[in-house]
Structure formats: structure tokens, C-alpha cells
Design a protein around this ligand. Structure first.
Ligand SMILES: Nc1ncnc2c1ncn2[C@@H]1O[C@H](COP(=O)(O)OP(=O)(O)OP(=O)(O)O)[C@@H](O)[C@H]1O
Ligand SMILES: Cc1ncc(CO)c(N)n1
Length: 277
């Protein structure tokens, strides 16, 4: 029997199920990889105290990683919400010690509902300690701006320049997501030499909660299966676009993407891939 490839997510628990660890594990299952998790923090707002982020201890984080590594092993790893400088430093150490080939760093900072998912004094550690260990980083526009001293990114040309400049931080690939621009949903991949655009039609919906987590989890899943980075991005974008297309909500809140949609409806979006300069 052939076993599925192994992927671990080191991220926050999003109690509502649309983002974070929950989105990652749903994505892993849909793409037939064996999912594991290290929970760095639990996110859920207390009705009385209003406290929203409940960080886990360094000991708990190390324990989860150690267990997954010993019991299973890992072909790919992705990070999401890490919250503090201390956690980033510990996670960087764990990645360095391990010999995992594919490392996807999603530099999660602020959620779509404005939850603060990374402390401001942690951005330097993200840049200096974690990003240099990445196969690929996947910032959205606000995250790219934080990493680039708040420079505006308002069109595809500025998106391309952001990818080129972020490459200096030391990851092998940079993927800047243009989901928040107007017009088609264009993301830019840069590998130090080539710029590649991945374009999907814009879907008219507000229910995109966790789209970024789903995308980076799908990239990690495809990398774990041995797919090249460029193909992994293309197939992951297909997966997330289809999930956004079937996004829904149970309440008046912004709702989740539908992780099962590609399997259920079999209507994967075709992505336009264009090499450019
Ligand atoms: N309305 C949309 N239609 C089609 N594609 C979209 C839409 N919104 C975002 N995308 C695409 O979805 C992917 C995830 O991008 P997004 O910018 O939403 O991530 P994010 O902001 O990190 O998400 P989150 O913080 O909710 O996890 C990208 O490929 C982006 O281009
Ligand atoms: C826990 C968590 N991680 C990541 C995101 C980003 O969407 C979120 N909203 N919540």
C-alpha cells in the first residue's frame, strides 16, 4: 500500500472553522495528504472579557512538533499565525533542526475580521529568522507592505516589484497575492529570475474567510507530493478559486470558502499562467 505524503501546519486555531488550523486540515484532507498540526494560539472572542487570542506555551508548541515528528515525520511544513517573536524563534529552530524539504511560510499578520494575529515587534524576527528558511512565502498585500516598510501596492506592476524586493529576504520563491486589488485575482511568483503571473477570474463574494490559509495549505500539500513549486501554485490556486466560488455563510458574518467544492462539483477553475518580466 502507498501512504499519503505528510504535511504539518504550525498555526492558530480559528474556532469558527474557516481559517487557521481548521482550514489547513480541511485542505490537506481534500488533497489526500496526511495532515498534522501544531497549535500556536487559540483564536476565539470571549463574550465578557473580549479577549480574542489565547497563546499556547512554548513547551506546548515544542511538544506537539516533537510528537508529530517522532510518530510520523514530515514531507512538507507550513506556518500560519505564529503571534510572537518567541514563537517565531522556536519555530525557526525546529525547522532548522529538521530536514524538511518543503517549507511554506504564510506571514499571517491580520485576519480579515481585523484580529491581530502577529505582534508588531515580531515582524523583524519573521524577516530575519523565518523567511530565510522558506521554500516559498505567500504574503497578501497588507503583509507585503508590512514587510516592505509600508510601501503602497495598488496595481500589478507594484505587485511584481514587491515580489522582486521581497526575494531579498532570502526565501527561494516569493508569491505575492493580489486578491485585494480590483479586477481579476492575480498573484505574482518570483524565483530570483523569472516572474510568473497566475490569474483567476474575480468572484463576486464576500465569503473568502480563510482563503489565504487554504491557498498556502494547498501549496504545501502539492509540494509534499513532489510537485514543482510553479505547478503547486497553479494547482493550489485552482483549488482555492473553486473553494471561493462556492463560499457560503451560515450567519450574517463573512463566511468560509467551501473546501469540498472541487471534489463535490468537479469544476476546478482553469488558471491563466503567464511568464513575464
Ligand atoms: N473574490 C475573489 N475571487 C477570486 N479569487 C480571489 C478572491 N479573493 C481572493 N482571491 C484569491 O484567493 C487567494 C487567497 O488570497 P487572499 O488575498 O484572500 O488571502 P488572505 O488575504 O491571506 O486571506 P485570509 O487572511 O482570509 O486567509 C489568492 O489567490 C487571491 O488572488
Ligand atoms: C487563526 C487564524 N489564522 C489565520 C487567519 C488568517 O485568515 C485567521 N483569520 N485566523
Amino acid at each position: 500500500m502507498e501512504y499519503p505524503a505528510r504535511v504539518i501546519t504550525i498555526a492558530g486555531s480559528a474556532a469558527g472553522g474557516s481559517a487557521g488550523i481548521q482550514a489547513d486540515l480541511k485542505t490537506f484532507q481534500e488533497l489526500d495528504v496526511y495532515g498534522m498540526s501544531v497549535v500556536t494560539a487559540i483564536v476565539g472572542r470571549h463574550p465578557k472579557t473580549n479577549k480574542n487570542v489565547h497563546p499556547q506555551t512554548i513547551e506546548a508548541i515544542e511538544a506537539q512538533f516533537e510528537t508529530a515528528m517522532k510518530q510520523v515525520g514530515m514531507d512538507a511544513l507550513k506556518t500560519g499565525m505564529l503571534f510572537s517573536k518567541e514563537v517565531i524563534e522556536v519555530v525557526a529552530g525546529l525547522i532548522k533542526e529538521s530536514t524538511i524539504e518543503s517549507v511554506v511560510i504564510d506571514p499571517v499578520m491580520v485576519g480579515k475580521m481585523d484580529s491581530k494575529l502577529l505582534k508588531e515587534d515580531a515582524i523583524e524576527a519573521m524577516k530575519k529568522r523565518l523567511i530565510p528558511l522558506a521554500t516559498i512565502i505567500t504574503p497578501n498585500i497588507p503583509e507585503a507592505r508590512f514587510l516592505l516598510d509600508d510601501r503602497p501596492i495598488t496595481n500589478v506592476e507594484e505587485l511584481k516589484q514587491a515580489a522582486i524586493d521581497l526575494y531579498e529576504l532570502g526565501s527561494k520563491f516569493v508569491l505575492v497575492k493580489g486578491g485585494r486589488l480590483e479586477g481579476p485575482a492575480i498573484d505574482v511568483l518570483y524565483d530570483g529570475q523569472n516572474l510568473t503571473l497566475f490569474e483567476a477570474p474575480r468572484i463576486d463574494t464576500v465569503n473568502t474567510s480563510g482563503a489565504g490559509c487554504t491557498y498556502s495549505a494547498a501549496i504545501a500539500a502539492y509540494l509534499a507530493k513532489g510537485t514543482t513549486v510553479e505547478k503547486a501554485v497553479e494547482q493550489a490556486k485552482q483549488f482555492v478559486t473553486t473553494a471561493i466560488n462556492h463560499g457560503f455563510t451560515y450567519t450574517e458574518m463573512v463566511g468560509p470558502t467551501y473546501h469540498a467544492s472541487q471534489r463535490k462539483y468537479g469544476d476546478a477553475f482553469q488558471i491563466k499562467v503567464e511568464k513575464t518580466n
